[in-house]
Design a protein around this ligand. Structure first.
Ligand code: AMP
Length: 522
């Protein structure tokens, strides 16, 4: 029987089709150009890493790590393959050795499972021995007494055995800063001269509730600066770069919010004060905020619940509790922004969801996106490199949500005029096909987009298709044209026709493309 199941993209993921994909490519191309003009260079990291990397960097108590990651267990290799593993005390010792060598995940779960398996296996071999001697001595009642115990123990062993994690526990990346920092450490990039200025482009994965502007596979373009200096000028330059990009792509209905959330000297004291104040008003808060009082009180400031806003407005503000160094850093950041003519709003509630931020945090929101209106978030993360086992290094970065940036550009209605199909080659007669193929190759080599029908078409149909495909011009190649060596180029917008030789044709089309903004996008 034929299965008529219709496959569809998984909820929260989507296909990006032409012509939208052209807009995406243009956006990413523009970002690369802007970032490279600020001397940033691209880093490409894998889309999955050890789950522990994200747990350590992003924070085990965050929503992202706590409930949003796509996590899976890798398959073990070689002797530790689950299908080949048989259970006895020797193989358990092998497992323990493999855990020590790092070939088998040395996780809490594996340690517990192996120690329970050891106890069960010892007990099982004792019972088996008793059964064997009862058989030898022909004591049926003893055999009957031990058999259920033996069965229960083997069943338990089998269940436990299924729980061994033979491979590493991996997660699809929910963000890229952790990977960039991991790569920075792994490749000793702190030994390279100056600050490392890196950017990345690619998909991220979070198991969120999908809605407009919020997907489970979404795309980010981000940048990071890692190095010895935490000069506020670096923070300001990173923000400037982001706004230069937004300006260049016409994302102008935006607001930049900045804040400082202090450092490891002053923030813990503020967090404690906040926690004490929140406990006093606990009964008036929603369930999420009540929980966060203990787990992550800063996140309460993020709350969008209308009934909590009045309470939050009365809470102590971090700006009144920054240490001198952080206060000075924040003041200098604002001077540096002013120096660059960058307008911003201070938002003391901008704490961002991830654990690794220190001092500067910032966010850009864009109009027309509804509730998911943040198009970019970023901040400083001094200390993250050390946390992941690297040498003392400062860091700052941001991530732009490409999906939302594109949505906002589309909503704004100022779409760029992107080049489309330049030439449709309308050839007629089998004898003309060779000439058509040759000319198409030359035009393509010159950088023009050319459509060459593989099958002969009637003249009218050919021009009709050229028009539907949005071609700028149709190049007519019939037997007369081949004989005379001059071709008719018809501009489809106004039907103007020109007779041109092959070399004139190339010059004409190239100059037309350069000056022409008759793009066919949208
Ligand atoms: P974050 O890493 O959470 O600071 O996110 C940085 C930016 O990525 C946000 O400002 C959004 O524009 C975008 N973003 C985050 N999560 C999603 C999502 N689930 N779907 C689409 N865009 C997202």
């Amino acid at each position: 029987m034929t299965d008529h199941k219709q496959f569809r993209a998984i909820r929260g993921t989507r296909d990006i089709l032409p012509p939208d994909s052209s807009l995406w490519n243009w956006f990413e191309r523009t970002a690369r150009g802007v970032f490279e003009s600020f001397n940033f260079r691209e880093i490409r990291t894998p889309i999955f890493e050890l789950t522990d990397l994200f747990a350590r960097a992003v924070g085990a108590d965050t929503d992202i790590v706590g409930k949003e990651m796509f996590t899976f267990e890798d398959r073990g290799a070689g002797i530790l393959d689950v299908t080949k593993f048989s259970l006895n005390l020797d193989s358990l010792a092998q497992l323990e050795e493999a855990m020590k060598r790092g070939e088998l995940a040395n996780s809490e779960r594996n340690r517990t499972v192996v120690s329970e398996l050891r106890m069960n296996t010892i007990e099982l071999s004792e019972v088996t021995e008793k059964i064997t001697s009862a058989i030898r001595e022909g004591k049926i009642e003893l055999i009957q007494q031990y058999l259920p115990q033996s069965n229960r123990l083997s069943e338990q062993c089998n269940t436990l055995r299924q729980l061994i994690q033979f491979g590493d526990v991996l997660s699809l990346r929910p963000e890229a800063t952790a990977s960039v920092v991991r790569a920075h450490i792994e490749h000793g990039m702190h030994n390279l001269p100056g600050n490392q200025k890196l950017y990345y482009v690619g998909p991220m994965f979070r198991r969120e509730r999908p809605q407009k502007g919020r997907y489970r596979q979404f795309y980010q373009i981000g940048a990071e600066v890692l190095g010895p200096s935490d000069a506020p000028g670096i923070d300001a330059e990173v923000i400037e770069m982001l706004l230069v990009l937004f300006n260049r792509v016409g994302l102008t209905r935006t607001t930049l919010y900045v804040n400082s959330i202090g450092c490891k000297e002053c923030r813990p004291k503020y967090v404690e004060l906040l926690r004490e104040e929140l406990r006093k008003v606990k009964d008036r808060l929603g369930a999420d905020s009540q929980r966060r009082i203990e787990t992550n009180p800063l996140r309460v400031l993020d709350s969008k619940l209308p009934e909590e806003q009045e309470i939050i407005a009365t809470l102590p503000r971090i700006s009144d509790h920054l240490c001198d160094a952080c206060r000075e850093h924040f003041a200098k950041l604002k001077d540096e922004l002013n120096l660059r003519g960058i307008a911003y709003q201070e938002n003391w509630r901008l704490v961002r969801g991830l654990d690794y931020y220190t001092r500067t945090t910032f966010e850009v929101t864009s109009e027309g996106l509804g509730s998911q209106n943040a198009v970019c978030g970023g901040g400083r993360y001094d200390g993250l490199v050390e946390l992941l086992g690297g040498p003392p290094t400062k860091g700052i970065g941001f991530a732009i949500g490409t999906d939302r940036a594109i949505l906002s550009i589309q909503e704004g209605g100022h779409l760029p005029k992107l080049p489309g199909l330049d030439v449709f080659v309308a050839w007629m007669g089998a004898k003309c096909y060779t000439t058509a193929v040759g000319i198409a190759r030359k035009l393509r080599d010159a950088g023009l987009a050319v459509e060459l029908p593989a099958e002969e078409m009637k003249f009218k149909k050919s021009l009709g298709l050229a028009d539907k495909l949005g071609a700028r011009s149709a190049l007519i190649i019939g037997e007369d044209e081949v004989a005379s060596g001059t071709f008719t180029l018809k501009r489809l917008a106004d039907s103007e026709q020109k007779k041109l030789t092959e070399s004139e044709l190339l010059i004409h089309l190239e100059s037309e493309r350069k000056g022409e903004t008759l793009g066919r996008y949208a």
